[in-house]
Unconditional design. Structure first.
Length: 207
């Protein structure tokens, strides 16, 4: 395991209903990069995968630096329906496979997986909610991944429970303040990850 290295995967809804807040998504991701760059400058490594989904799922960035991600974010576009389950399962499977192929010493100390949607699942063809739940529980319990669910227009807590995400990690965003809510929640989770790391270091030193 490579210490102080976080791999972040963001899976964001790109269905037609997101068109009115598309620029807010771009703003949120760009601002997040700016904030996390300050932390990375202190010796922390952050790499990011970015997916957008509507009827199908498109990977916009793979193992990108924060600087690279800002360029890829500009390709985020909207249109179509909401294949949420397909997107989440594809993201987990592809990132899991990529990490499994690494040497143990190169794998990130932490993984943060962020899901953003503004509507109900309505067009997945390959996977069901049970598939999502199975994957999230495995990655959380076995590999200690961190999951965040940001949603609007649905019963956020019910969806989170069905997917296997802790209710404390499920947040309903306001469409009028998406950029602030999105960026704020991601930054808050990164702070929690760093605090947990510090606690692990202290516990190791005290043994």
């Amino acid at each position: 395991m490579r210490l102080d290295y976080t791999r972040i995967c963001v899976v964001v809804d790109a269905s037609s209903s997101m068109s009115s807040i598309r620029l807010d998504v771009v703003k949120a991701l760009t601002s997040f990069c700016e904030e996390q760059r300050k932390a990375a400058a202190k010796g922390e490594t952050i790499r990011v995968d970015l997916y957008q989904f509507s009827n199908s799922t498109t990977r916009l960035a793979t193992d990108a630096s924060l600087d690279e991600l800002e360029r890829f974010v500009k390709h985020y576009s909207t249109g179509g329906c909401t294949a949420l389950y397909d997107a989440v399962c594809q993201g987990i499977d592809e990132l899991g496979a990529a990490l499994a192929a690494m040497r143990e010493s190169d794998r990130p100390e932490d993984v943060l997986f962020v899901i953003v949607t503004d509507g109900e699942e309505n067009s997945s063809r390959r996977f069901r909610i049970s598939d999502v739940n199975e994957r999230i529980k495995r990655q959380t319990e076995v590999y200690n991944w961190h999951f965040v669910f940001l949603a609007n227009g649905i019963d956020v807590q019910e969806y989170a429970e069905d997917m296997g995400i802790a209710q404390d990690d499920a947040v309903e965003f306001d469409r009028e303040s998406l950029a602030e809510d999105f960026e704020g929640e991601m930054c808050s989770k990164m702070c929690c990850i760093r605090e947990e790391r510090l606690l692990r270091r202290q516990q190791t030193d005290n043994r």
